[in-house]
Design a binder for this molecule. Structure first.
Ligand SMILES: [Zn+2]
Length: 356
């Protein structure tokens, strides 16, 4: 058997767990988002029993698949309480979406009050996140960043360079995103397209630094990756979700070759079949055959724990850290243990050392 640190799922949306199998795969990302918006509008109560039940089931599944820590994106904060009851450590990112905001500072102040009303535990913390550069107004982005700067250890998250439609919109102000914003009544006629890549736009807004988890990066150029390296931001890759949503395949070998900090997320059950980080690792292995298995495992453990601010307790096996360690059954004959661990381990072969 192999003993390893509990895995870190650095990007998921537990509150969307009830959307499993509800939003069909798409060939174009904006079509997929339209499907999610329609599905969420069918269930307006964020605490509906089926939503809360799906969160609990997802938490059990994540633990059974060897996850010790999650970065959970939430627009409603309904996942905070179930997480405090689970065995997981977590950062709940209260994610703000507002493209047309009459008073950006008041909007973010109210969100800050909402998260301050929750009592963090040793294992479950709360922070703020911006949804994406195409769905959050520039002044809201700045207000979120200011609020994060007031919280010295809080990580922040943003979906970034996920789809070609995002690149087109931030460069030109046109395309399917513009149409979608107009269709849902969120368009701001005063908004001016930045005319650069989404990464350059966020960087020049002062948004990117070592506390930011930039999620997806499917459409990032080498220049974009260099900026992430210079800022020390962590790129969270979720390749199975990218395949489902029509975003495309992320350039994973470039992420590693250019020295970016890479963590791994499953994204939500709306766009992935399960919350098994080992299954995500197998997809990374298939997309990036030249990256070492050891580097992929490092992303699924140490890098994720560091990005979420949990590296004092998780991510490696060291004296003084939490003993939340996994035991993975290995075949009798095996040449390369690390390679085996990125080949797609299922829950039947996983146990927790402290539950034996
Ligand atoms: Zn996401």
């Amino acid at each position: 058997m192999a003993v390893l640190p509990g895995l870190v799922n650095a990007h998921t949306h537990l509150e969307l767990s009830y959307l499993r199998d509800e939003v069909a795969p798409a060939s174009e990302f904006v079509s997929w988002i339209r499907g999610v918006i329609a599905a969420r509008r069918r269930r307006p109560d964020p605490r509906a029993p089926e939503i809360m039940r799906a969160i609990d089931d997802a938490l059990s599944q994540a633990v059974a698949c060897g996850t010790a820590v999650v970065g959970d994106i939430s627009n409603t904060l309904v996942t905070f309480e179930p997480l405090t009851r689970s065995r997981l450590a977590a950062v709940v990112f209260y994610e703000l979406i507002r493209f047309n905001a009459p008073d950006p500072a008041a909007f973010v102040d109210e969100a800050a009050r909402d998260i301050d009303a929750l009592l963090p535990t040793d294992r479950v913390r709360v922070s703020l996140a911006a949804h994406a550069p195409y769905s959050v107004a520039p002044l809201v982005l700045r207000a979120i960043r200011r609020e994060i700067d007031r919280r010295p250890f809080a990580p922040c998250s943003v979906h970034l360079s996920e789809s070609s439609e995002e690149i087109e919109f931030i460069r030109t102000g046109r395309g399917p995103w513009r149409t979608l914003l107009e269709d849902i009544g969120a368009w701001d006629p005063a908004w001016q397209p930045p005319g650069v890549s989404p990464v350059q736009f966020l960087d020049e807004s002062g948004f990117l630094d070592a506390r930011v988890l930039a999620v997806h990066g499917v459409q990032m150029t080498i220049e974009d990756l260099d900026r992430l390296v210079a800022r020390g931001s962590t790129l969270v890759t979720c390749p199975r979700s990218n395949g489902h949503t029509g975003a495309g395949a992320p350039p994973i070998e470039d992420f590693y070759n250019y020295g970016v900090n890479v963590a791994i997320g499953t994204d939500s059950l709306a766009s992935t079949p399960d919350l098994n980080v080992f299954a995500e690792l197998a997809t990374l292995r298939a997309l990036a055959p030249t990256v070492s298995a050891g580097a992929l495992l490092d992303s699924a453990t140490r890098q994720g724990a560091r990005a979420l601010g949990f590296d004092a307790d998780y991510g490696t096996i060291e004296p003084g850290k939490s003993a939340r360690l996994l035991v993975v059954n290995l075949p009798a004959r095996l040449d390369d243990v690390e390679e085996y661990l990125v080949s797609g381990i299922g829950p039947d072969d996983i146990r927790w050392l402290d539950e034996l």
